[in-house]
Design a protein around this ligand. Sequence first.
Ligand SMILES: C[S@@+](CC[C@H](N)C(=O)[O-])C[C@H]1O[C@@H](n2cnc3c(N)ncnc32)[C@H](O)[C@@H]1O
Length: 253
Amino acid sequence: MTTRTAPPRGATARKPARQGFPPWKKRWFRNSSRIWLKRYNRNFARATKADMLVLDAGAGPAPFRGLFGHARYESADFKQYRDDQTYVCDVADIPVEDGRFDRVVFNQVLEHLPDPSAALRELCRVTKPGGQIICTCPLYYEEHQKPYDFFRYTRFALNKLFADAGFVVQKVDWMEGYLGTVGYQFEGMHRHLPRAAPADWSFWKARRTELLLQSTRAIGLLFAGLYYKLDAEWKFTGAGYPKNYVVIASKPE
Ligand SMILES: C[S@@+](CC[C@H](N)C(=O)[O-])C[C@H]1O[C@@H](n2cnc3c(N)ncnc32)[C@H](O)[C@@H]1O
């Protein structure tokens, strides 16, 4: 077997994989999850009246704050993200009275909680009777905010967790369609496939493999963009599985 000696490919330290596309790619290959997330939150915000008090729980940098500009808004996160963040606390222990909030916004947090039942019970406690919660969380997404990434949820788990916490579940929807999941799989191929074959492979075996990897990476980028675009226009839910679920639930009167 012919082995190559220099330069040893694959020997250089690789940069850690990014969590998403770099900014120039984001512009051209916009992840449809962000679009669907905004659509669901916009609808929830439209159904929120001006005198209602909203809690954005696990708000992070509060990307949806503007949607609730017409209502009264408070935010909580265990890290201080903004000067105007209302509470720095665990969402399982919010320093407010029972039934304070008319609406709770709970986006992309549930998977980060080691005890999701305790957090949902607390969110139910701080919700007014008749109040509503929107929750979005992933079923299919790579590990992120490590090591604070504990769970993925099926619709059945979500139904049970919310009901056990005291909410009445109104709906559990796919947030994106399957085309969005496929787009994300293509994005993953583009970002995670290695560029170089193992250093001790024969020259032609390595070249063939690298050609395969590089063409798959290029196709991954192109198809991610095309599927994300399609998913934003056509939410196909006839087969496959969603990247995220969205739960709308209320606290009984
Ligand atoms: C993926 S980010 C989502 C942020 C924001 N909701 C959004 O939609 O962009 C998860 C957020 O949950 C917060 N978080 C995680 N565990 C928490 C906890 N136990 N109590 C309060 N915040 C928590 C993190 O600090 C982070 O800001």
